[in-house]
Design a binder for this molecule. Structure first.
Ligand SMILES: Nc1ncnc2c1ncn2[C@@H]1O[C@H](COP(=O)(O)OP(=O)(O)OP(=O)(O)O)[C@@H](O)[C@H]1O
Ligand SMILES: [Mg+2]
Length: 482
């Protein structure tokens, strides 16, 4: 659903110091305001969605401003739309008075918290069996000198972009709230931690942009038995005030703060003027300032947004600048969507969860494979390193052994030569000795042979004698046989 940023102008009551000053702004009706310079007689009329003036009854002013303008945004949020209200204007123009107010005269934020819990309690006390179950959370952060600080959690945060191009504050703590006192306590705690300082027109000037967010989740069972879920957020923003450095005669740290505030507000102005074009450019400089980056959706996306332009009654230049800004913002179109849907029944959810589980298991096994491969690679690398060391050591050992081998071969050759000489001389002496022994043995052999021959002839003659003696002694063989 296409929506335009709704713009309301709120004229601040003149302070005691301004009681004698020329009044440059006059609210003519609840939708128009006249601005007039003290130098010229003529005035310019501007029309907005809502214009509010002041009265002596500050309490009633606050109450009326809330019910005529801000309540609508609580109702949109209860329907399931994201909403945003931001207060813009020069320093001292009444932004903090409008958004936070005081304990006696509370502003939009505490009133909205109060009503939200009243609505919730009404539902809970009703006899209606199908009333929604509420879950309410809050968070609070500030942007000071371009850095984001969690006013409830205490830490520094970063603005990040999601895959769907929406932005969020990473690390911001969200607190569950069950009673109105709890949410108001968080609001007060955050307010007390906000950076404040004095400017030429405001003793208690907010030096940071403060963003209080309420997250609402409602679940109800429809008459058909389906569960309807509605989610919405309400962003309530009190911007730091713009100021002209030369007008406020600022120096040092205060000047740095002031220039950061002015830079982020001028980026906001640039973003708004680009969003206001009938043919919206593709590149909007949201990222140029933390404020516009964080408010990306609220300014040009899924949100019903309202700008409250706070104006001072006696500063023509600043009031005109704010009015021009506000006129531009009126042309910005947003595209708020109902963030509600029916929850599917159990079986479908089981199916979805099962397929998610399968995907996760697949992813996990891939991760494990990668891890196993990584482990193996590590082991291989370690083994390689070990082997390289071994090779190196063995190469140096081989070189050492080669040297030793060369040395040993040399010594061996020398020894062989020496041995050769010795062997030759030893062999010559041995041959001569052997030959001599052979001659001696030959002589002995011949002598031994002749002795054997002599003995043999002696034996033969003895045998002859014996044979003859034997035949003489034996009887005649023929006689005896008869
Ligand atoms: N409508 C009003 N009726 C009565 N008093 C008001 C009104 N608006 C603002 N004031 C008073 O004017 C003073 C400055 O207002 P406030 O602190 O809200 O300004 P601011 O825009 O937040 O300034 P800054 O940018 O410096 O933070 C406060 O004392 C506040 O009470
Ligand atoms: Mg302020």
């Amino acid at each position: 659903m296409s929506d335009s940023i709704k713009v309301a102008v709120r004229l601040r009551k003149p302070s005691n110091l301004e009681s004698d000053s020329f009044l440059v702004a006059h609210v003519q009706s609840d939708t128009s305001i006249d601005i007039q310079s003290n130098k010229k007689d003529e005035h310019k009329r501007f029309v907005f969605d809502h214009c509010a003036t002041y009265s002596d009854d500050v309490e009633t002013d606050q109450e009326q401003f809330y019910s005529l303008l801000a309540r609508e945004y609580l109702l949109h949020a209860l329907d399931g739309y994201n909403t945003c209200i931001f207060a813009y204007g020069q320093t001292g123009s009444g932004k903090s008075h409008t958004m936070s107010g005081t304990t006696l005269n509370p502003g939009i934020v505490p009133r909205m918290c109060q009503e939200l819990f009243e609505v919730r309690n009404l539902y809970e006390l009703s006899d209606d069996q199908v009333h929604p179950q509420f879950s309410i959370k809050c968070s609070y952060f500030e942007i000071y000198n371009e850095s984001v600080r969690d006013l409830l959690g205490g830490c520094r945060c970063k603005v990040r972009e999601r895959a769907d191009k929406t932005t969020f504050v990473e690390g911001l703590k969200e607190f569950d709230v069950f009673e109105v006192d709890q949410i108001l306590a968080y609001l007060n705690q955050g307010n007390s931690r906000r950076v404040v300082g004095a400017t030429h027109v405001n003793e208690q000037s907010s030096r940071s942009h403060a963003i209080f967010t309420i997250q609402i989740e409602q679940r109800e069972t429809t008459p058909l038995g389906h569960i309807l879920e509605r989610k919405s957020s309400i962003k309530l923003i009190d911007l730091a005030g713009s100021e002209r450095a030369n007008a406020s005669k600022t120096t040092g740290e205060h000047l740095k703060e002031g220039s950061n505030i002015n830079r982020s507000l001028s980026t906001l102005g640039r973003v708004i003027s680009m969003l206001a074009k009938s043919k919206r450019p593709i590149l909007i400089p949201y990222r140029d300032a933390a404020l516009t980056w964080v408010l990306k959706e609220s300014l040009g996306g899924n949100s019903k947004t309202c700008m409250i332009a706070c104006v001072s009654p006696c500063d023509y230049e600043e009031t005109m600048s704010t009015i021009r800004y506000a006129t531009l913002a009126r042309s910005v179109r947003t595209s708020a969507r109902l963030n509600s849907h029916e929850l599917s029944d159990g079986r479908e959810q089981v199916q979805v969860l099962r397929s998610q589980l399968e995907e996760l298991q697949k992813a996990l096994s891939q991760v494990e494979n990668h891890r196993a491969i990584g482990d193996k690679m590590e082991k291989i690398n370690l083994t390689n390193q070990f082997l390289e060391l071994r090779i190196e050591r063995e190469q140096s050992l081989a070189a050492k052994y080669y040297d030793q081998w060369i040395e040993a071969a040399d010594s061996r050759d020398k020894l062989m030569q020496l041995m050769g000489g010795i062997v030759t001389s030893v062999q010559g002496a041995q041959v001569a000795g052997t030959r001599e022994k052979m001659q001696l043995l030959k002589g002995r052999f011949i002598e031994f042979g002749s002795k054997i021959e002599a003995n043999c002839s002696d034996i033969q003659s003895t045998v002859k004698v014996l044979n003859s003696n034997q035949s003489a002694l034996l009887p005649k063989a023929t006689d005896e046989s008869h």
